[in-house]
Design a protein around this ligand. Structure first.
Ligand code: GRF
Length: 198
């Protein structure tokens, strides 16, 4: 059984889709979410984790003198929970070098666009969907990729497209994309479990 950790900063709907999939979906019998880490004490995702009786910790950057000690505490939590795969799900910070090195090839992120388009530093949340609509794209989608030192540059694991209609607002696109996000994340985790990268 693969032990998963999910790093969150906000609502946690992607985390919930992973948890639900481990209970009744394609990850059932394959994986279990054993730890949730948030950098935001007010993240609704923490309430979801509590409701699911999953251990959750809040590690806030402001409580540390430097980035390294902040990341080392998270790395300790991951190691203590014997985590095999780490999933960033709406985690609004870049994880540190030590975590990327330790979990290389087992550190995943979800991005609400068809990378490599509409990715990179500053391209997150609603800004992505506004840019897609402004560019008059006919399609958008969700991407799960491995995490590297640069934002949104890691190898793509799974992508799924949605159609963007001329009349669609950025809210319409966000809604369509979030729906496929909840499908692609469990698929990507299953793929990484079944075909572990070297
Ligand atoms: C998702 O759209 C995800 O792609 C992006 O942040 C949003 C998080 O949503 N990185 P949630 O917290 O999982 O509901």
């Amino acid at each position: 059984m693969m032990r998963l950790a999910v790093l969150v900063s906000g609502g946690g709907s992607n985390m919930q889709s992973i948890i639900d999939s481990t209970k009744t979906g394609i990850l059932k019998g394959l994986a279990q979410v054993v730890l949730v880490i948030s950098n935001n004490p007010n993240a609704y995702a923490l309430k979801r984790a509590k409701n699911e009786n999953i251990k959750s910790v809040c590690v806030e950057r402001k409580n540390f003198n430097d980035e390294k000690s902040f990341n080392n505490v998270m790395l300790e939590e991951l190691k203590n929970a014997d985590v095999g795969i780490v999933c960033l799900a709406g985690y609004m910070r870049m994880v540190g070098h030590e975590i990327i090195k330790t979990y290389h090839g087992r550190l995943l992120n979800i991005h609400p666009a068809l990378l490599p388009k509409f990715g990179g530093k500053g391209m997150y949340g609603h800004r992505v969907h506004e840019a897609v609509v402004k560019a008059k794209e006919s399609k958008s989608g969700a991407t799960v990729h491995f995490v590297e030192e640069e934002y949104d540059t890691g190898e793509v694991i799974v992508q799924q497209e949605v159609e963007v209609l001329k009349a669609d607002t950025s809210q319409d696109v966000a809604k369509k994309v979030l729906a496929v996000e909840h499908l692609v994340y469990p698929k990507a985790i299953k793929k990484v479990i079944e075909f572990p990268s070297k």
